[in-house]
Write a protein that binds this ligand. Structure first.
Ligand code: PLP
Length: 394
């Protein structure tokens, strides 16, 4: 998380003084326009649009891609509930896909979950761990599926040479207070497709009906909602964007230091990554759930077992599991060809992995010496029960 401080505070004063607080009150584009141009340049993508939230970005991307009633959208069983809720807001239903030990969508399970109704995949780059995008893009192209990357928890991370969010048809980002860069609440959608971008922009601004200056790529106006961001958010994000790459560099450095120390204890198995060269998230996988529990209890600060961060586990998404929407008739589960059912066993592989895995904070705002000290202490903590020796890191 990039800190918010004096520079953000100073950046807000000119916005207040100008009186141009709304997106379209500044005809030059204002701070939002500047942020979007810089974001496009930094991320190597053609179009970016700041929005009120990452959830809004996901929904706008789905609508722009033409996803709707009767469609199935693949989402991971381990993510923030917004990923599963977004297809429902577009009239489609989420289908849960297992994660593998990289804590991201298991491509093998994607193949098992595809049906003739599948229209899109939302791979989630979970807590700065990137998905296997090569495999996911290959499957998507073979089955003619739209790919909307949920990069809300991995803003700025790279998969091989590209920033996540710029590989699929769309990328969705969140700038809420707990994400890599933040303006309290906010989000963005990016795409290289001008027509899809025009559709997403129209949707996020009740059709952009009276914005004659916008290029809508000959798309007829369509109705939408209001997910617009304000210039206040733009001003903060301009400062935050400058903090992004230095912060990721600090994460990467601490990942290397900590993983090297921890791997000296042959009983601690460091979790795999889809792109180890860009790793900025550290997790250890144990043989049993009890071993993971014990490791988390002994280390406490900066360590938790993933299964215990319950809000990200599908078994706790009550309104999704119970298929409950605001109005009973506006329920996408009524509009599918087949009956969709979720049970606690829907994604048993995910539950098994989350129960045996601990996440270790990289402490990117702490000195490396302190982080190394904590890693040495962790590496010495009571070793897991016998049997975990099977997990020697060879
Ligand atoms: C935060 C988050 C979102 C939603 O972002 P908001 O800005 O809070 O709406 C979506 N998906 C994931 C994985 C997230 O972590």
């Amino acid at each position: 998380m990039a800190k918010v401080g004096l520079r953000e505070w100073l950046a807000l004063a000119p916005v207040f003084a100008s009186g141009k607080l709304a997106r379209y009150s500044d005809e030059t584009g204002g701070p939002l326009g500047r942020f979007e141009a810089d974001f496009c340049a930094k991320f190597g993508v053609r179009h970016a649009l700041t929005m009120s939230s990452g959830t809004g970005a996901l929904i706008s991307a789905l609508i722009a891609a033409g996803v709707g009633p009767g469609d199935e959208v693949l989402v991971p069983a381990y993510t923030w509930i917004a990923t599963a809720a977004a297809p429902l807001a577009a009239g489609a239903v989420p289908i849960l896909v297992d994660v593998d030990q990289t804590l991201t969508m298991d491509p093998a399970d994607i193949l098992r979950k595809i049906t003739p109704q599948t229209r899109a995949i939302i791979p989630v780059h979970m807590s700065n761990m990137v998905c296997n995008m090569d495999a996911i893009m290959r499957i998507a192209r073979e089955h003619n599926l739209a790919v909307i990357e949920d990069a809300c928890q991995a803003v700025g991370l790279r998969y091989k040479t590209k920033r996540v969010g710029t590989i699929g048809d769309f990328g969705a980002f969140s700038f809420n207070q707990f994400k890599n860069i933040n303006c309290g609440e906010g989000g963005a959608v990016v795409t290289n497709d001008t027509r899809l971008f025009a559709r997403a922009r129209m949707y996020h601004d009740i059709g952009s009906m009276f914005r004659g200056h916008l290029d809508n790529a000959n798309e007829p106006p369509m109705l939408g909602v209001n997910f617009k961001a304000s210039q206040i958010q733009g001003a903060m994000l301009n400062v935050q964007l400058k903090r992004l790459d230095p912060m990721i560099a600090r994460m990467r450095e601490r990942y290397d230091v900590m993983s090297e120390i921890l791997s000296k204890n042959k009983r601690l198995r460091i979790g795999p990554h889809n792109d180890i060269g860009n790793a900025a998230g550290l997790h250890v996988i144990f043989e049993t759930s009890d071993d993971a529990k014990q490791f988390a209890e002994e280390n406490k600060r900066g360590v938790y077992r993933l299964y215990d961060s319950s809000r990200h586990v599908y078994t706790n998404w009550q309104p999704v599991l119970q298929q409950r929407t605001g109005h009973p008739a506006m329920n996408p589960f009524l509009w599918t060809d087949r009956r969709i059912e979720y049970t606690p066993e829907s994604c048993a592989q995910t539950l098994d992995i989350l129960k045996r895995t601990c996440r270790i904070s990289l402490g990117e705002n702490y000195p490396v010496t302190l982080v190394a000290y904590m890693a040495r202490r962790m590496a010495r903590s009571t070793p897991p029960t016998a049997g975990s020796l099977f997990y020697a890191t060879t």
